[in-house]
Design a protein around this ligand. Structure first.
Ligand code: AMP
Ligand code: FE
Ligand code: FE
Ligand code: ZN
Length: 282
């Protein structure tokens, strides 16, 4: 039975929905469990948890950490972390500053191309601590500098385009450790998008717990490939839509669903981890 959407973004990072809207849409889709996985923040989790509780949906605290391994960008999903864990909050705050500085750099590059844009306008539109390229793109569209978000990415923001700025990231191996010390499970996000399977053994050696086999941008063959990897390395299986709001007139939420069987295994692993962490601290 399909049950959970465990990859969702809200306006606390580069999504457009509020946590309330996500939960209302999740409920309409008949989902039993949701996780909020905003980029480098857990800010929206408290609100999302209380909305889920109101309608009887299981909620999993989450975040998607931007990290790198051997010069490849990898996104590590953190599930069941303590949203008040001091070290986690301290580390993600550093990367939020990196994101804010990067917005200023991108805007300066866009200005140098003769296109007027103010960093303040991007921050006002983003209205969150974890701004990213989509906020720059949306501001360019709102101010009539680009017709579409795609155009903004193609002209300025994609890797290799003139306003692209690399982002300093935490190491993926450190991200796994950071998640574990916050009581959570570390899951490799959308491996089919990054296509660096060669990193997986290193991540597994560092304690990776799971792999996102089901994702909007994974065709069935890709999901099967990563289910094989999960089996080979004894990893938990996760999945989600990676909904950032409306996409081509429709919300993605609920279009990719994780079976109950996989969700229950994830929950059991998180519970086992919490028990062993508590014992270790006694
Ligand atoms: P950032 O974290 O600032 O590097 O921005 C990455 C985010 O930009 C991703 O999570 C997507 O939401 C979005 N994104 C990346 N590439 C594109 C693209 N070509 N068109 C639209 N959105 C994109
Ligand atoms: Fe995003
Ligand atoms: Fe991602
Ligand atoms: Zn995502």
């Amino acid at each position: 039975m399909s049950y959970a959407d465990l990859h969702l973004h809200s306006h606390y990072s580069d999504g457009t929905f509020t946590p309330e809207e996500i939960v209302a849409r999740g409920q309409k889709q008949g989902l039993g469990a949701l996780s909020l996985t905003d980029h480098d923040t857990v800010e929206g989790c408290e609100m999302m948890a209380s909305e889920c509780a109101k309608v009887g949906i299981e909620f999993v605290v989450g975040t998607e950490l931007t990290s790198e391994h051997k010069d490849n960008e990898l996104h590590i999903l953190a599930y069941f972390v303590d949203p008040k864990n001091e070290r986690l909050l301290r580390e993600i705050a550093k990367f939020q500053i990196v994101r804010q500085d990067r917005i200023r750099e991108m805007v300066a590059k866009i200005n140098a191309l003769g296109v007027p844009l103010k960093a303040e306008d991007v921050f006002a539109l983003a209205n969150c601590k974890s701004p990213g390229r989509p906020h720059v793109a949306r501001t360019l569209v709102r101010h009539g500098q680009c017709r579409t978000l795609d155009e903004a990415f193609e002209r300025f923001l994609k890797k290799g385009r003139p306003a692209w700025v690399p982002k300093s990231k935490m190491s993926a191996l450190e991200a796994i450790e950071l998640i574990h010390q916050a009581g959570g499970l570390a899951v490799l996000a959308h491996p089919g998008l990054n296509r660096n399977d060669q990193s997986i053994p290193d991540l597994v050696a560092a304690g990776l717990d799971g792999i996102e086999c089901f994702h909007t941008k994974h065709p069935p063959g890709t999901s099967q490939h990563y289910l094989g990897m999960a089996n080979k390395y004894s990893l938990l299986v996760t999945g989600g839509s990676d909904c950032h709001g409306m996409s081509k007139g429709k919300p993605l939420i609920g279009t990719v669903r994780l079976a109950r069987e996989h969700f229950d295994k994830l929950k059991a692993a998180a519970a086992a981890k919490k028990i062993s962490t508590t014992n270790a601290h006694q």
